[in-house]
Ligand binder design. Structure first.
Ligand code: FES
Length: 170
């Protein structure tokens, strides 16, 4: 994955062919707004997060205003407008998880990672964020990392999950 343009030295937010594909889709739909989340996710998948330049690029690509993009980007807590670690842990803090030990799980995660909510581990691997219900209430307490939801969290299970993810990354 190219992250810096070798000629300009600027960050590559999205490959040119992907931008062109979104531009073509936007020209082909009466409602380009429906492409916003997909385009922001594409920028995030490529760049790691969505900087201001990503908002501007997405706005130009879809023919919308930066404000229209920003509204969506700041509504969804899984669009990151600041740098994050390579894996973002979204720990549910809604009612079912809260009543089934969510606070203890939060404490465990803070202890094991050595960071608080909104922070990233010094090695850049994990960012810890709270989130609202993940739709896994039957398996509360729950968290999501990437596209995977983990439920019925215990200290042992959290150890295993974090260890396995670190092994995958190394
Ligand atoms: S309340 Fe936590 S998954 Fe629903």
């Amino acid at each position: 994955m190219e992250t810096v343009n070798q000629t300009t030295g600027k960050d590559v937010l999205l490959p040119d062919d992907t931008i062109e594909a979104f531009r073509a889709k936007a020209a082909d739909t009466p409602h380009p707004r429906e492409l916003i989340v997909d385009l922001l996710r594409a920028i995030q998948d490529h760049h790691g997060w969505v900087p201001d330049a990503g908002i501007e690029l997405a706005a130009q690509t879809l023919g919308l205003s930066p404000l229209q993009l920003e509204e969506i980007a700041t509504f969804y807590d899984k669009i990151y407008r600041q740098p994050v670690g390579r894996k973002v842990i979204h720990l549910c803090d809604s009612i079912c998880c809260w009543t089934t030990g969510g606070e203890q799980v939060a404490e465990l995660l803070r202890d094991k990672l050595g960071i608080g909510f909104g922070e990233t581990t010094p090695d850049g691997v994990f960012t810890l964020l709270p989130t609202c219900c993940l739709g896994a209430c039957g398996d509360a307490p729950a968290m999501m990392i990437g596209l995977t939801t983990y439920g019925r969290l215990t200290a042992e299970k959290i150890d295993t999950i974090l260890r396995e993810i670190r092994q995958q990354i190394d």
